[in-house]
Design a protein around this ligand. Structure first.
Ligand SMILES: *[C@@H]1O[C@H](CO)[C@@H](O)[C@H](O)[C@H]1NC(C)=O
Ligand SMILES: *[C@@H]1O[C@H](CO)[C@@H](O)[C@H](O)[C@H]1NC(C)=O
Ligand SMILES: *[C@@H]1O[C@H](CO)[C@@H](O)[C@H](O)[C@H]1NC(C)=O
Ligand SMILES: [Zn+2]
Length: 638
């Protein structure tokens, strides 16, 4: 999954159990028990119980997200409550050991994982309050709704659409110049009134309605309206709860031996100089980002005119096709370098050849087995949900590990499109990761640091969504197009998705760390200062401390670390480049296809098998054959 609302689901259970710390040296041990035999005994029991608990929670979550009923929700919440109790109990037992004095490094590593990221050091009352706050914030966020542009606020006495008593809403004039450009493949936006997918009353949600408007509307006033309305329906309602959350998270961190909750979050990376090294990575990609921004600004000016943005100024946040200006691929129609050449898209070919979701998954499995990696187990085919169920269900793609070394599943409402072909390979790469590290103890069945799972999954997809691979699969025919132009369009798509994302993914936790460290005063102002400094983006309207714009981002109010998305985006290219070297590829990186390369498969498998049993730096050394243990954006920039 990508950074979607439920993007961390596959790994939600692990988060509940895994705990981490910066390094052995700065760990503050709380316990005094130095009996190694007792520690080993505890870890054996923990492994068995945690796997069992994980299996039950995952099963209950699976049942709920693939079949949304009140009963399934209640069962899931019961299991989650049990697992939370188990976490607190395990934390107490693990914290009783003097971890620094144990001689077995793997046992030390496991104990540290139990103790470090946990908030179990809080009193029962405060622990429960914190959990409840996060749940409430998610509920407020998920229930945010706005009215369609130009429509009066919701009036419960007005009958719903479809009822004969409903007067049709005032239509937006179709003579508007923005609707005159329908010859372009991206320009399939219809105004909401004519679009049967859009509700006519005030129940437009972020996903899908609001996101679609931001992606497809080119009407500045409509973009501004949804940008503002969604923030009005989230931030102010979340602000006070978030302030209390900061207080409690910091208290938990201090009790666990950290200076603040930001430091506790960073501990998962086991790198004392993390802040400096991510800043350095940002600085290395900033020049490329500035070029992209400058080019995009010119095209936006042509579209929206100089009363909307300045030719030499920052970009207004509502024009980039996305609620957070984090992924610009939806404005490809405005910025395409060669509009007369196509974008790399094989949807029509997939349909013509009669592909089905099942066949797409079989193709994806082959991608891995032909590299010498593991086939999918029968349980996968038996229990996965690969198409949209007829009952209410969550449709975002995710890959699941049921923690019993048997059961692995994907949930994806697959449609036969290029995007879903790529997503299929992405989710299958997560499954491959699960299969490769299955023999590790439960605590190590995870990425080497929070960025690894996404990075390795995306490294695999970079080899799928490219011209030579699609050509080899018989899905892309390059005869009738100039391959230079198609290649440039392809690279622009990648830039809009990956390069544009980096400053955003970087600044989210810069802001969060600053709030944990310096407090909540002027936190909205600081948010926009950082948006401007790192992203070159400004709000289209005046913002005040009454607003709470970070609250419009789900990962902030749902307590999910974000730096991992920044590092994963950088790392996926670094890994991809090394896989290409292993495969003997010597051309441009964007033309590298790992098709059937056993050497690349061996290297990817080696990285995956280690799970979280080794620090990330050690795996980077393996990856680069000893050249470095640092993450580097060189390959991405290339
Ligand atoms: C969905 O869940 C309900 C329990 O709430 C259950 O009775 C029903 O059989 C489930 N449906 C499917 C298709 O699994
Ligand atoms: C805005 O554009 C108009 C017409 O293209 C031009 O005459 C004017 O000087 C521009 N204003 C600024 C501030 O660039
Ligand atoms: C089409 O792509 C294949 C594989 O990348 C390449 O071998 C071939 O030369 C290309 N043909 C044209 C006309 O670009
Ligand atoms: Zn993913």
């Amino acid at each position: 999954m990508y950074d979607g609302k439920s993007s961390a689901l596959w790994h939600l259970v692990l988060i509940a159990f895994c705990t981490r710390h910066a390094s052995a040296d700065d760990y503050v041990s709380m316990g005094s028990n130095t009996n190694a035999a007792e520690a080993m005994q505890f870890l054996r029991e923990y492994d068995r119980e945690a796997s069992g608990m994980c299996y039950r929670v995952t099963t209950a979550q699976w049942k709920f997200v693939t079949n949304i009923t009140e009963q399934n929700r209640r069962r899931m919440n019961e299991e989650l409550a049990l697992s939370s109790k188990f976490e607190r109990l395990s934390w107490r037992k693990a914290a009783a050991f003097d971890i620094t004095r144990l001689s077995d490094p793997q046992a030390r590593r496991q104990l540290r994982k139990i103790v470090q990221a946990s908030r179990a050091s809080l009193s029962d009352d405060k622990f429960n309050e914190l959990q409840k706050l996060i749940t409430e914030m998610k509920e407020i966020y998920n229930s945010a709704k706005i009215c369609p542009f130009g429509q009066k606020p919701y009036d419960p006495h007005v009958p719903k659409v479809g009822s004969p008593a409903t007067a049709p809403p005032e239509p937006f004039p179709l003579t508007h110049p923005h609707y005159q450009l329908n010859n372009h493949p991206y320009q399939h936006y219809q105004p909401y009134q004519d679009n049967p997918e859009f509700p006519n009353y005030c129940d437009m949600q972020l996903d899908p309605e609001i996101s679609r408007i931001l992606a497809h509307s080119r009407i500045e006033s409509e973009l501004l309206y949804v940008w503002k309305s969604f923030r009005d329906q989230t931030g102010p309602k979340l602000r006070d709860k978030f302030i209390r959350y900061v207080e409690l998270a910091n208290e938990a961190a201090v009790l666990a031996g950290f200076r603040n909750a930001g430091e506790q979050m960073r501990a998962a990376y086991e790198e004392p100089s993390l802040r400096e090294s991510v800043e350095e990575v940002y600085n290395q990609v900033a020049p490329l980002y500035k070029q992209l921004l400058t080019y995009v600004r010119r095209r936006l000016l042509q579209r929206y005119g100089n009363h909307t943005l300045r030719p030499d100024g920052p970009l207004p946040a509502h024009l980039l096709g996305n609620m957070w200006a984090q992924n610009w691929k939806s404005i490809m129609d405005l910025v395409m370098p060669f509009p007369t050449s196509p974008a790399l898209d094989v949807t029509s070919e997939l349909l013509r050849q009669g592909y089905t979701p099942l066949r797409m998954f079989q193709l994806g499995e082959e991608f891995f087995t032909k590299m010498g990696m593991k086939p999918l187990p029968p349980e996968f085919w038996r229990s996965s949900v690969l198409t949209r169920p007829r009952r209410p269900a969550q449709c975002s793609a995710s890959a699941w590990d049921f923690c019993n070394r048997i059961d692995y599943r994907i949930k994806q409402c697959t449609e036969v499109t290029t995007q879903d072909l790529v997503s299929t390979h992405h989710e299958l790469a997560h499954i491959q990761y699960y299969l490769q590290y299955a023999d590790q103890p439960q605590l190590f069945r995870d990425g080497a640091n929070p960025a690894f799972h996404e990075a390795l999954a995306n490294a695999a997809t970079l080899s799928v969504y490219n011209m030579p691979h699609l050509y080899r699969l018989g899905l892309y025919n390059n005869k009738s197009h100039d391959s230079y132009e198609v290649g440039m369009n392809f690279l622009m798509t990648m830039a809009l998705e990956k390069v544009a994302y980096l400053p955003f993914a970087f600044m989210v936790d810069q802001w969060r760390w600053s709030v944990f460290e310096e407090g909540v005063e002027n936190m909205n102002e600081r948010w926009w200062q950082m948006k401007l400094r790192y992203q070159g983006v400004v709000p289209p309207l005046k913002r005040t401390e009454e607003d709470f714009d970070p609250g419009a981002k789900y990962h902030i109010i749902s307590d999910q670390e974000y730096l991992k998305f920044f590092l994963a985006t950088v790392l996926e290219f670094q890994v991809f480049e090394q896989l290409c070297v292993a495969a003997g590829h010597a051309e441009h990186l964007h033309l590298c296809d790992l098709h059937r390369s056993r050497e690349a498969g061996r290297l990817l498998g080696e990285l995956m098998q280690a799970g979280a049993s080794k620090p990330a730096g050690e795996l980077l050394r393996t990856l680069t054959r000893g050249r470095t243990d640092k993450i580097s954006p060189e390959a991405l920039v290339k």
